[in-house]
Design a protein around this ligand. Sequence first.
Ligand code: FES
Length: 173
Amino acid sequence: MTIETKKELTPEILEFIETCKTREHPDSYLIAVLHKVQGEFGYLSRDHMDEVAHLLGIPTAYVFGVATFYHFFRLKPQGRYSISVCLGTACFVKGADRVLESFKNELGIEMGETTKDGVFSLTNTRCLGVCGLAPVVMVNDKVYGQVTPQQVPEILNRIRTEIDSEADQTDLE
Ligand code: FES
């Protein structure tokens, strides 16, 4: 699987921007616009930020500043499986940093990166609200509790098996 990096903004997003431009301070809708772009493409590419800036009539540097200020905006493509290791206090005390190291070693990527095949992204987060399960790892919407560094290869293998069986299913169709 390869990651596509250049795609046009969708008609829905362009329409939303047009609506914003009819309002009194179009630039105040920047965050809402960026949310829509990230929701559609999974991250904010340089091209998209340029285009949003152009369409809203504001400097790209301003758009980039907002995108980098808020941690929920991503500036790089995300993998199909987003692995988020909780580094909140309870998880950290229970060894989340070692779990994170194990993911880095197994995947051969650093925090904030995506594997070359576009399957896994690695990130961290603060308290997910399930401290009783510390240390906690979230893979897309699935929560893994009391994760040890030794379990990391097993978690990744389970996901890879899932991907393989999906591919087999597709072959049969
Ligand atoms: S600190 Fe990790 S879930 Fe609360």
